[in-house]
Design a protein around this ligand. Structure first.
Ligand code: ADP
Ligand code: MG
Length: 240
């Protein structure tokens, strides 16, 4: 691997125009994220977190500036960048296992390979007993596990997560945070995790990028590198 960052955001601006109103949602954002880092994007509601994440995902391109992921300019969504949304966005008419398998069927993966990968993900996320259920028969935490498994199925090196645990109660959120840290350590993903919770950012991140109340800005001196005191891949992780 070269020492170029996996994600490069260079002088990115995003302006929304509705009628004669203009909203500057991103203002000259500069950011470099190395492979394997767990980055939390922290800031108050309306500061531009989702806009930046959607730009990196390729859902909504910047008005100006440059965005590079895995060495290529971002022009559209791609299989190298998986997105997990706050609302679970599962297919309600599909079972848990079918929700996870669906993207692989689209890719044309063989039935045997799909079954193997889906089983592994079901057990990794503690969903094995729920494989035949439909989303409406699951708790919020379980649905969000399915949403994570569905994105992991596609094996994207980069996972983009927009306040994925925002709607969950405190205990479920903590369980899923730990689960996510373990998965991140095992699968060596690069994660950009959006949150407006300082506590959540401190708990999860290698690095916290703070977006400010002045809409759309990230301050260079607010890139905080966090020491990781616990190794999520260690056996003691649960006990601490
Ligand atoms: P956050 O995710 O940090 O809460 P957003 O990125 O959703 O913030 O929004 C940043 C700013 O851009 C807000 O002022 C919001 O109202 C505005 N905005 C976001 N999306 C649109 C859109 N599609 N059209 C117009 N304005 C938008
Ligand atoms: Mg948002």
């Amino acid at each position: 691997m070269t020492n170029t960052a996996q994600i490069q955001v260079k002088g990115v601006n995003k302006i929304f125009r509705t009628g004669d109103k203009e909203v500057v949602a991103l203002r000259d954002i500069q950011l470099e994220i190395p492979e394997g880092q767990f980055v939390c994007l922290l800031g108050p509601s309306g500061c531009g977190k989702s806009t930046l994440l959607n730009a990196i995902a390729g859902f909504s391109l910047p008005t100006s500036g440059e965005l590079i992921a895995n060495g290529k300019a971002v022009t559209q969504p791609g299989p190298d960048r998986g997105m997990v949304f706050q609302e679970y966005a599962l297919f309600p008419w599909m079972t848990v296992e079918h929700n996870i398998a669906f993207g692989l069927e689209i890719k044309g993966m063989s039935k045997g390979d799909i079954a193997a990968r889906v089983s592994k993900l079901l057990s990794m996320l503690g969903l094995s007993d729920f494989r035949q259920r439909f989303p409406k028969d699951l708790s919020g935490g379980m649905r969000q596990r399915v949403a994570i498994a569905r994105v992991l199925a596609l094996d994207s090196p980069i996972m983009l997560m927009d306040e994925p645990f925002g709607a969950l109660d405190a205990l479920t959120r903590r369980n899923l945070q730990d689960e996510l840290l373990r998965i991140w350590a095992e699968l060596k993903k690069t994660i950009i995790f959006v949150t407006h919770s300082i506590e959540e950012a401190i708990y999860l991140a290698d690095r916290i990028v703070v977006m400010t109340y002045r809409p759309g800005t990230v301050k260079k001196d607010l890139l905080i590198d966090m020491p990781r005191l616990r190794d999520p891949s260690s056996a003691e992780f649960n006990q601490l």
